[in-house]
Design a binder for this molecule. Structure first.
Ligand code: SAH
Ligand code: SF4
Length: 382
């Protein structure tokens, strides 16, 4: 567990909150914009580097505030350009963040919770159970860390991160307030300036919170469908028992129409061999979605140990895609990226916490060895 410092962490403050903070310490509100640019555009966490802020104010800030992202446990870069970070959050758990470059697009897949309570049967995060909600600083901190890794350029120039998807670990709608605040920071010009069309929240279907969403933000929405009927969906995505398909699709349609412009829902469908990949399932899906303008993203199952599921063959995946396409749907198949670093977005590996514990044990062991070496060297000195 990381000790809390008692200082205000400015990383997680939205613009109105930052202005309130400067107000509360008797400073001018325009300081909010200056400091936010240092933090989010330039990746600065040291107040002394904020050169357009007076020395007196910098000293004041050092005493009462901090800019603290989650601790980076590891950073891996795949041969295909995919990057993966494991970060440790305040609760002591680790979560993953993945960056996927694709042509002119760079998509960052961000986690919202450590673990997840919803226990979808094919999801490694679900197998961990729920551990903690990430704070605003921990959610936006993942963007901050990734952005810094491309060199500290202003976020609006040559930005490497063009899209953010809340498809890492956790159910974003069950950490509502923190995720909303972090998404505002992603879109704010004083934050990362990403267009609202390019910030996507993915949900397994927490209906009351989908209904609440449009009152707070207008980001893109992805629905994790995974089955075309209630019976099967309740087995795969247990929250379906509480909020069945009819209710769920209506809520998604309402949200999309509240956006007031032509934007369509993304429907995600993880293909599980022999479970939801039959011709019948495609036929049912065509019927189910006929009144819901959407594009469909098929995700071939990413296996993990003891999951009990398999990825369908490429032929089966293609057949499923073609059936939907023939019915007029726009259907993409997600390709697996970053395989050499275990980075498939949306199936972030559940064993991360075990692995992290193992690697911290290794580090501890190494430090112990180094200390022993030092002690032996010192003892060997004349
Ligand atoms: N909790 C949210 C967002 C995180 S999961 C949600 O469920 O939508 C992001 C996506 O990855 C979801 O569509 C999820 O169902 C899918 N997913 C989870 N485990 C997977 C696996 N092993 N293989 C393929 N897709 C998976
Ligand atoms: Fe949670 Fe999403 Fe995994 Fe379901 S698929 S257990 S909602 S993270």
């Amino acid at each position: 567990m990381i000790a809390t410092t008692g200082k205000t962490n400015l990383l997680g403050l939205t613009q109105p909150e930052m202005e309130k903070f400067f107000d509360s310490i008797g400073e001018k509100r325009f300081r909010a914009g200056q400091v936010m640019k240092w933090i989010h555009h330039f990746g600065v966490d040291d107040f002394d580097a904020m050169t357009n802020v007076s020395k007196a104010l910098r000293d004041k800030l050092k005493a009462i505030a901090e800019v603290r992202g989650p601790e980076v446990v590891s950073e891996d870069i795949s041969s295909d350009g995919t990057r993966k970070w494991v970060v440790r959050v305040e609760s002591g758990s680790c979560v993953e963040t993945v960056y996927i470059p694709q042509g002119k697009r760079g998509t960052l897949c961000v986690s919202s919770q450590a673990g997840c309570a919803l226990d979808c049967s094919f999801c490694s995060t679900g197998k961990q159970g729920f551990n903690s909600n990430l704070t605003v600083a921990e959610v936006i901190g993942q963007v901050w860390i990734a952005n810094k890794s491309f060199g500290s350029v202003p976020a609006t120039i040559d930005r490497a991160i063009t899209n953010v998807v809340m498809m890492g670990m956790g159910e974003p709608l069950l950490n509502f307030d923190n995720v909303i605040a972090a998404m505002h920071l992603m879109m704010d010009d004083l934050g990362y300036g990403i267009s609202k069309r390019r910030v996507t929240l993915s949900t397994s279907g927490v209906v009351p919170m989908i209904d609440e969403l449009s009152k707070h933000i207008d980001v893109s929405l992805a629905l994790s469908l995974h089955a075309p009927n209630d019976e099967l969906r309740s087995q795969l995505v247990p929250i379906n028992k509480k909020y069945p398909l009819k209710m769920l699709l209506e809520s998604c349609r309402n949200y999309m129409s509240s956006l007031g412009e032509k934007r369509v829902l993304t429907v995600e469908y993880t293909l599980l061999k022999g479970v939801n990949d039959h011709v019948d399932h495609a036929v049912q899906m065509i019927e189910l979605l006929k009144d819901t303008p959407c594009k469909i993203n098929l995700i071939p199952f990413n296996p993990f140990p003891h999951s009990g599921y398999e990825r369908p063959s490429n032929n089966a995946i293609r057949r499923f895609q073609e059936l939907l396409q023939q019915a007029g749907y726009n259907v993409t198949v997600r390709t697996t990226r970053g395989e050499d670093i275990d980075a498939a977005c949306g199936q972030l590996v559940g064993q991360v916490n075990d692995r992290t514990r193992r690697s911290s044990r290794l580090i501890a062991a190494r430090e112990l060895n180094a200390e022993t070496d030092l002690a032996q060297n010192a003892a060997a000195q004349p």
